[in-house]
Design a protein around this ligand. Structure first.
Ligand code: NDP
Ligand code: 2IT
Length: 446
């Protein structure tokens, strides 16, 4: 089937899955030329087989809340593609989780993992369980109930889950504990584990740090120094917080963070002391970002119900969720002089926003390249577990830097245009696709 026919066919078959179709359409339209250069791909119907997940598990999760009421949620695991290595990807707990969102994430993960150069296929899972306001015991009971189903479908060389929105060290610990109990094995089946039971140093920091390393590589192509640049970051979770951490260390001015209720604006940039306070508020106490603004009326403004994209910034690093920058937001960023966007979240820009960034020829990196540091260090965690070793922070950080540099080089190789502009969207998609495509061709029609 021709690439364009695959898109139309998927639209007909999955009309109620807009995020999945959005992700597929973006990849297919950018890899079309590379695909057409290989007639054998079409004979093997490669694109259609690459777009449709290998399999999907969907199950009911029943658990008991603190008031003794029986609750039910939906649980999912999408095993998208394992041509390059075992299925690998995070688990998301958020009220909005549905098949379309997890299918888009598993699809994106396949290309992202291909770019990392490590042996990992693509997967994603999750639940519409909403962790907000739940006690530790409720989260534990939910995680245990979720694992009574998921355990049978994963394993260290089968499928290795990790964190994502709503799933951090606490949840991974509870899920891993139940997995271990049910299987009688202590294997590296989850990544993002606690340091005492097989976790890797730098894994919590890896997505945010990796995104900044990727940004540094992009800025270096134009001889731009990060120091003093005004950076708007969205989100205030794992990815956003460590993005801000690294930016502050490098002398950039972090002017915003946000959560689903609103944004904080710090006109003079975040200090290290403020970062420590926000870390405690958001990551340890699970509070709201509004509380920080309330405590600091002199240096911080709260933008109720708003995203940070109307602020004047040099660089934007969306690190909250999908489709958080629409066409109008992108235009506002461009009008305010923003010259670089590096995505910490998965697919945070709508197709309209991507179009605007590419047309304006600013520096723009899609999530599957820029946020690949998280899953890369997950891959390094798997390697450490397989060797029964633990590497130092310096070793892991050095490997992360070198992986991000390598991903940048792949993007430039496949995305550089004749006028010198690097289309990182095309570069990431073609580089990611070619490796998966060759791996699939080498293994026959499955
Ligand atoms: P967290 O749960 O730690 O934090 C998510 C942050 O985004 C919170 O501040 C949350 O606010 C906000 N947010 C979530 N959903 C929405 C929404 N619908 N609208 C507005 N704000 C929202 O997740 P992570 O930091 O781990 O993940 C952030 C993004 O990065 C996601 O797109 C994820 O897929 C991606 N990513 C994560 C990686 C990882 O290693 N964790 C690796 C690569 C990508 P609130 O608290 O109000 O919900
Ligand atoms: O989107 C992502 O890359 C992640 N949530 C991390 C996945 C992983 O397996 O570490």
């Amino acid at each position: 089937m021709k690439a364009i026919d695959v898109i139309n066919d998927l639209k007909r078959r999955f009309p109620n899955e807009p995020e999945y179709l959005q992700a597929v359409q973006e990849v297919i339209t950018t890899i079309e030329d590379a695909y057409n250069e290989h007639p054998e791909f079409e004979r093997y119907n490669l694109i259609e087989r690459l777009c449709i997940p290998d399999r999907i598990f969907q199950f009911r999760v029943s658990w008991i809340d603190d008031k003794g009421r029986v609750q039910t949620n939906m649980g999912y695991r999408i095993q998208h593609n394992n041509a390059i290595g075992p299925y690998k990807g995070g688990v998301r707990f958020h009220a909005s989780v549905n098949l379309s969102i997890l299918k888009f994430l598993a699809f994106e993960q396949t290309f992202k993992n291909s770019l990392t150069t490590l042996a990992m296929g693509g997967a994603k899972g999750g639940s519409d369980f909403n962790p907000k306001g739940k006690s530790d015991m409720e989260v534990m009971r939910f995680c245990q109930a979720f694992m009574t189903e998921l355990t049978r479908n994963i394993g260290p060389s089968v499928d290795v889950p990790a964190g994502d929105i709503g799933v951090g060290g606490r949840e991974v610990g509870f899920m891993f504990g139940m997995y271990k109990k049910l299987t009688h094995e202590h294997t590296g089946t989850f990544t993002g584990k606690g340091l005492e039971f097989g976790g890797s140093l730098i894994r919590p920091e890896a997505t945010g740090y990796g995104n900044v390393y990727f940004l540094l590589n992009m800025l270096a192509t134009k001889g731009i120094d990060i120091k003093g640049k005004r950076v708007a970051v969205s989100g205030a979770g794992n990815v956003a917080i460590y993005t801000a951490d690294k930016l502050i260390n490098l002398g950039a001015k972090v002017i915003s963070l946000s959560d689903s209720n609103g944004s904080i604006y710090l006109p003079d940039g975040m200090t290290r002391e403020q970062w420590d306070e926000i870390f405690k508020l958001k990551i340890i106490e699970r509070g709201r970002i509004r509380e920080f603004a309330e405590d600091h009326p002199d240096c911080c403004e709260y933008l109720d119900g708003q995203r940070p994209w109307n602020l004047k910034c040099d660089i934007a690093m969306p690190s909250a969720t999908q489709n958080e920058i629409d066409g109008d937001d992108a235009q506002a960023l461009l009008d305010n002089g923003c010259f670089a966007v590096s995505e910490g979240a998965n697919m945070p820009s709508t197709p309209d926003a991507v179009h605007k960034f590419l047309n304006a020829k600013i520096i723009y990196a899609p999530g599957k390249a820029a946020n690949a540091g998280g899953v890369s260090v997950s891959g390094l965690e798997m390697a450490q577990n397989a060797q029964m070793l633990m590497w130092s922070s310096e070793e892991v950080d050095a490997k992360l830097k070198s992986i991000m540099k390598n991903i940048h080089e792949q993007c430039v190789k496949y995305g550089k245009q004749s006028d010198g502009f690097v289309n990182y969207v095309k570069g990431a998609n073609v580089a990611g696709f070619m490796k998966v495509a060759r791996a699939m061709m080498g293994q026959g029609i499955l």
